[in-house]
Design a protein around this ligand. Structure first.
Ligand SMILES: [Zn+2]
Length: 732
């Protein structure tokens, strides 16, 4: 069941390896499904014939898509024909008169959906990287068809009966085949395949109710922005802002029919970027409260009943499916495997993080006192005074740093060089492979012995129609069963310099490029039999591990010596400047970490409730406060990054019981990276060990076992604290 491929087609927001703590947690699927009305289908599949480039496998090397032939008009008929073909294949598997076997059921399912996979991968990628309104309209149009298609598979009782037979006879299987059977079977069970008709009917009701409550929550978030905007009449109150910031606030006011005034709108985190510059303390307080109190009954739109309702519905669904709570259901297939493990990891961090926060608070209070301010730091003061501390102690000219990170040099002498030192691989340009935009570079990746591993597309530059951020995805995933080698893409949004000028990168951009290469190699080194277990098709709390691991080579002395040279003089980056980069990187890290873990723990508190406990929540605000206190993360000046009533990841998107995942992956990355540093660092031996245990395995083996195979033990949080500069608390 090529679930990931279908997801890619529906929306680029779901591309294989999502990166970063994105504000917009709503999935493209949900968005599309909601906006779409039933459309009538006019037999577009009938137009599908040999003239369509998706009709047959691409004849280009590695089955690379042939962009000299692909036109927008080809997508829709190919997608529809792909769904139709896949549905027929699944029907045939379900109706097979032979007794169910691993081969004729599970392997047959793995082999099905080739056409759909082929077109969906290209469509999803191009829509996300070079799309336009046409692409978006087609995504919206296709979303309900994809949803119905996957329901038809998941709820096919005959198919499930066969899968169950294979599952019950699984003692004949081992290794990857065994994991695939368990994974496939679990997928059906988790959708409710084992329940009675009545229970299934209730699950459908719950699903539909959950979907309308999350939609309402999400729509409310937009109303809340309007209801909580802060209107400023007197420009003098905006002291501290630049003229262009002020002009933006004026034009927002104009668009809201308040010409001559200034309107500050809140962004969807508790902290507000504008607070670092606003000098007027009363205005800061107003803005902060508009943000932090939104949805809690301070204005007409109130999200508290929705938070409670969702906690109840999720607990009920989990109980129906036989789980203790929603977190247990969601995390069953993650590396953490249970909410307790995620909670325990987060709680292990709390003492050191809180201690660092207190140190940061002292430095901030010192500035307040020195300026004669007779008040204690409040949440609306933090960013403003932290900025003063930063300017005083960690001043850095980021433009100066950029002079040492020229784009081509970072790619070739940085990222490719480091991967060559670690894995022995090399990147050879392939000018003969067509691409969907001019500025994409294609490389053939050669293994240490000269064998071809696959193709790598570097789509690093920003363009119209490309979504924000950075991510990795693929056109073809590795599989021995299908005899395919990986065709992988990395996307970033680097702004290209004017013609003839060098493109210079920020330190963050350099580190992001290493990060995405980490995902790319997870796809590239995949060495598995079955496509649905390949590469990055791992759980959310594991997928960011290989990528975050590679980030830290950015600061390896050998890599820096090769990469970080002044673009004009060729001179090495001075150590003094590097030290500043490091110090600035970890500045305010106590605050950043605490606000994150407070939100992650809050998420898990809601999703470890029984149905009865969720139903007995009297006041969401009080529940939140109690949850923070219980976990020791109730620092007044450092509220959670998201408070319950606008926690979109959890109550409007797909991250419920999963917000911890970013930190979990970083814990693994830091622990593994430190271990490598203590054992020789940038060597082929270390690279091979990492590749053997982790990068080659995809989801073919339990992730904790993969980790232990590499590391010899489970991870601890110590290295994470070091990575974030939180080991030596500034005060006790
Ligand atoms: Zn990532």
């Amino acid at each position: 069941m090529r679930k990931s491929i279908i997801a890619v087609a529906i929306g680029a927001a779901l591309t294989v390896a999502a990166c970063g703590d994105k504000e917009a947690a709503q999935t493209a699927t949900e968005q599309a499904a909601e906006q779409t009305q039933q459309t009538t289908e006019q037999g577009a599949a009938a137009e599908f014939n040999q003239s369509n480039p998706f009709y047959a496998e691409s004849s280009l090397p590695f089955q690379a898509p042939d962009f000299t032939k692909i036109e927008f008009a080809h997508y829709e008929p190919a997608l529809l024909a792909g769904i139709e073909e896949h549905a027929k294949e699944i029907e045939a598997i379900a109706a097979n008169s032979e007794p169910a076997t691993f081969e004729n059921t599970i392997v047959a399912m793995e082999k099905s959906g080739q056409l759909l996979g082929r077109v969906a991968a290209v469509f999803g990628n191009v829509a996300g990287s070079a799309g336009n309104d046409e692409f978006r309209a087609l995504q919206v149009k296709m979303a309900p068809k994809f949803a119905a298609h996957s329901d038809n598979i998941n709820l096919n009782a005959d198919l499930f009966a066969r899968v169950k037979t294979v599952y019950e006879n699984r003692d004949q299987l081992e290794g990857e085949a065994l994991r695939l059977v368990e994974d496939t079977y679990k997928g059906f069970v988790r959708a409710g395949a084992e329940l009675s008709d009545d229970q299934q009917a209730r699950i459908r009701e719950i699903n539909s109710e959950m979907s309308s409550v999350t939609t309402e929550f999400r729509n409310n978030l937009m109303n809340l922005v309007d209801e909580n905007m802060v209107v400023v009449e007197d420009k003098a109150e905006l002291a501290g802002l630049t003229e262009s910031q002020i002009a933006r606030l004026a034009s927002t006011a104009e668009s809201k029919d308040m010409p001559g005034k200034y309107v500050i709108t809140v962004t969807n985190t508790t902290r507000q970027p504008i607070l670092s510059s606003l000098e007027n303390r009363e205005l800061r307080e107003k803005v902060w409260k508009a943000s932090a109190l939104r949805g809690s009954g301070n204005t007409a739109t109130d999200n508290r009943p929705l938070v409670k309702k969702l906690a109840e519905l999720r607990a009920e669904k989990a109980e129906l499916l036989g789980y203790e709570n929603w977190g247990a259901y969601v995390l069953e297939r993650s590396m953490a495997s249970a909410p307790e493990a995620a909670q325990s990891m987060l709680r292990d961090l709390v003492p050191a993080v809180v201690s660092n926060v207190k140190g940061e608070m002292v430095a901030i209070q010192d500035v307040i006192n020195a300026e004669g301010g007779e008040f204690e730091v409040e949440p609306w003061d933090w960013a403003f005074y932290a900025e003063k501390v930063r300017a005083e102690k960690y001043a850095m000219d980021s433009n100066e740093v950029k002079q040492y990170f020229e784009f081509n040099r970072v790619v070739e002498d940085g990222v490719f060089y480091a991967m060559n030192q670690l894995f022995g691989i090399s990147f050879e340009k392939r000018d003969d492979i067509p691409t969907y935009a001019d500025d994409i570079v294609v490389y053939e990746v050669k293994d240490v012995d000269g064998e071809s591993l696959g193709l790598f597309y570097g789509d690093w530059f920003t363009r119209d129609g490309k979504r924000g951020g950075a991510w990795m995805s693929s056109f073809v995933s590795q599989s021995h069963l299908m005899d395919t080698k990986p065709v992988i893409l990395n996307n970033m949004n680097i702004t290209k310099a004017a013609d003839g000028e060098p493109t210079l990168l920020s330190f963050d951009e350099v580190s992001t490029m290493f990060h995405e290469m980490g995902h790319a190699l997870h796809g590239m080194f995949s060495d598995v039999m079955y496509p649905s277990l390949a590469g990055t098709s791992v759980s959310r709390d594991y997928v960011e591990f290989p990528s975050t691991f590679q980030e830290d080579w950015t600061l390896n002395p050998k890599v820096l010596a090769n990469m970080a040279k002044h673009h004009e003089t060729g001179e090495q980056i001075p150590q003094e400047l590097l030290d500043k980069v490091m110090a600035a990187k970890n500045f305010n890290m106590g605050y950043d970490t605490l606000e994150y873990i407070a939100a992650a723990l809050l998420d898990l508190e809601y999703h470890t409730l029984t149905k009865e406990a969720a139903a007995s929540i009297e006041d969401v605000n009080q529940f939140e406060e109690g949850a923070l206190v219980r976990n020791g993360v109730d620092v007044d000046a450092v509220p959670p990054r998201y408070r319950s009533n606008f926690f979109a990841h959890v109550f409007a998107g797909g991250y419920s019981a999963g917000y911890y995942a970013y930190m979990w992956s970083e814990v693994l990355a830091a622990d593994a990276f430190k271990y490598v540093q203590e054992n020789g660092g940038l060597t082929l031996e270390n690279g091979q060990a990492f590749r053997d245990a982790i990068l080659s395995k995809g989801n073919s083996k339990d992730p904790m076992q993969q980790y232990i195979d590499f590391r010899g033990q489970k991870p601890t949080v110590d290295a994470l604290l070091e990575r974030r500069g939180l080991t030596a608390p500034k005060i006790d």
